[in-house]
Design a protein around this ligand. Structure first.
Ligand SMILES: [Zn+2]
Length: 410
C-alpha cells in the first residue's frame, strides 16, 4: 500500500492522505490568513471523509472541477456539515484566491455524495472501506481501508471518553498499519465531570452576582455540547452563531448523537438569537448566559457581545477549548485584552479557560494504540508528531511522523 501525506503532517489543519494514488482520505483546509490547502494536485477516483470539521473536509468541493468527479463517501451528518462549511467558506472568501471552489462545485457534492453508516463496508476506488464511530463529533469516523493486501486504520480525530453529545470510541478493528492523530499527545485532560462542575459553578456565580457570561464555542460539536451541559444543570441560556444551524441539523440525525432526547431538551432550553445586533446588545445587558461562535474570538456574533460586556469585571468570558497561538482568544487569556474592530482594547471582564476537548488526551491515545502493538504507526495531526513518534518508539512501537509531501510504502 502506498501512502502520500499531502497535509495534516506535523501540523493540525488541511488533513489529506492519498492511498494507492486513487483513494483520498480527507481533504481539509488550514484556516489562517491566508488559508492553506493540501500540497500537490490530486485527481482521486474517490474521496472518503472522516468527519465534518473544516480541517478535514474544507477543500473537498475543489475536487469536483474538471471532467471526472470522484465519488464522495461520508456519513450523513458529515455530508450536511461539509455543505454548511462550504457555504460559509464561500461567504467569507468566495471569488478570491482564498477559496479554491465555487457554488457550482458545492452543488456537485450532492450529486457525488454517497452515504454510509458505521460498520457498513463499501467499495471506493477499488478498496474496501468501513467507518467506525470515532466519538469526536456527530458522524465522525475512524476509516478502515483494505486494498486486498493491507488493512490501514486511519483514526482521524477521536475521543476515547464519552461527551454528552457523542459516546467515546470503542471499536478497534484489526489493522496492519495505523495513521493516528496526536492533537493532545502531551496533555492529560482533567476528568470531564470535574471540568463541567467548575464551569457550571463559575457561570452560576457570575449570574448570581448580576453579570453576563459569554461562552465562545466552536459551531460544530462544542456549541451543542455546552447547551447540553447548561441544560443538565438548569441554567437558561441564549445560543447564537453557526452553532444554531448545526443544532437544528442534528435533529435529523438522532442515531449519530448519544442521547437525542437530551439534545432536544437542551435545544428547547436555549433561546436562539435571530441575529440583529440591537437584539444582541440588549441580551448582553440582561444578566444572561450566551453560547456563541467563534470559539477563538476570531469573528462571529461573539464580537458583538464582547464590546458590550468587556468593561464590567462582574461579567465573564468562558473560553471552552484550546486557543491557537495568535488568535484573539489566546491574547485575551494571556494578556487580558482583545482585538476589536482593528484596535486592541483592555477587557475588565474575567476570562477563564475550560478544556471541553473532543480529542483523546495522551492517556487516551496510548490506550487506543495499545490494541495495535506490532502494527507500524504513522503519527499525524499534531504540533509535536515527531516527538510523539519518538516516545512511541521508546515504548516498543514501530512509529514515524511523516513530513508533508512524503510518500511511504507499507
Ligand atoms: Zn475534528
Amino acid at each position: 500500500m502506498k501512502l502520500q501525506f499531502l497535509g495534516g503532517a506535523e501540523e493540525v489543519g488541511r488533513s489529506a492522505i492519498l492511498v494507492n494514488e486513487s483513494l483520498l482520505l480527507d481533504y481539509g483546509m488550514l484556516t489562517g490568513n491566508p488559508p492553506q490547502f493540501p500540497v500537490g494536485s490530486v485527481e482521486p477516483d474517490a474521496v472518503v471523509v472522516s468527519h465534518g470539521h473544516l480541517d478535514h473536509v474544507g477543500t473537498v468541493p475543489s475536487l469536483l472541477s474538471g471532467d471526472d468527479w470522484p465519488a464522495v463517501h461520508w456519513t450523513p451528518p458529515t455530508d450536511e456539515l461539509a455543505r454548511t462549511l462550504a457555504r460559509d467558506t464561500l461567504k467569507l472568501h468566495g471569488g478570491s484566491y482564498n477559496c479554491p471552489f465555487t457554488e457550482t462545485h458545492v452543488r456537485r457534492m450532492t450529486q457525488q455524495s454517497e452515504h454510509h453508516d458505521y460498520g457498513e463496508t463499501f467499495a471506493a476506488a477499488g478498496h474496501e472501506v468501513t467507518f467506525y464511530n470515532a466519538g469526536h463529533i456527530p458522524g465522525s469516523a475512524h476509516v478502515l481501508v483494505d486494498d486486498g493486501e493491507t488493512r490501514l486504520l486511519y483514526t482521524a480525530d477521536f475521543h476515547t471518553d464519552d461527551q454528552r453529545l457523542v459516546s467515546g470510541t470503542t471499536d478497534r478493528p484489526d489493522a496492519d498499519v495505523v495513521i493516528c492523530e496526536s492533537t493532545y499527545s502531551d496533555v492529560e485532560h482533567d476528568d470531564r465531570a470535574t471540568v463541567e462542575e467548575r464551569f457550571v459553578e463559575s457561570v452560576r456565580t457570575t449570574v448570581w452576582e448580576g453579570g453576563t457570561v459569554v461562552v465562545p464555542a466552536f459551531a460544530i460539536g462544542r456549541t451543542q455540547e455546552l447547551l447540553m451541559v447548561l441544560d443538565a444543570h438548569d441554567i437558561d441560556c441564549y445560543v447564537d452563531g453557526m452553532g444554531t444551524r448545526v443544532l437544528r441539523m442534528l435533529r435529523n440525525h438522532p442515531d449519530y448523537v448519544r442521547d437525542a432526547a437530551a439534545l432536544k431538551r437542551a435545544k428547547s432550553n436555549a433561546r436562539i438569537v435571530s441575529g440583529r445586533d440591537g437584539q444582541r446588545k440588549r441580551i448582553a445587558r440582561q444578566n444572561s448566559v450566551i453560547v456563541t461562535t467563534s470559539g477563538m474570538l476570531s469573528g462571529g456574533p461573539a464580537m458583538t457581545y464582547i464590546p458590550e460586556i468587556r468593561r464590567d469585571p462582574t461579567n465573564k468570558i468562558c473560553l471552552t477549548g484550546y486557543q491557537v497561538e495568535g488568535t484573539p482568544g489566546r491574547e485575551l487569556v494571556e494578556r487580558g485584552r482583545c482585538e476589536l474592530n482593528g484596535g486592541v482594547v483592555p477587557v475588565a471582564a474575567r476570562a477563564e479557560m475550560y478544556d471541553f476537548s473532543a480529542h483523546a488526551d495522551r492517556h487516551g491515545l496510548l490506550s487506543f494504540l495499545d490494541d495495535y502493538r506490532g502494527a507500524p504507526v504513522f503519527v499525524n495531526h499534531g504540533d509535536r508528531c515527531a516527538t510523539f513518534a519518538e516516545e512511541l518508539r521508546a515504548d516498543g512501537y514501530e512509529a514515524a511522523a511523516p513530513e508533508i509531501g512524503t510518500t511511504v510504502e507499507v
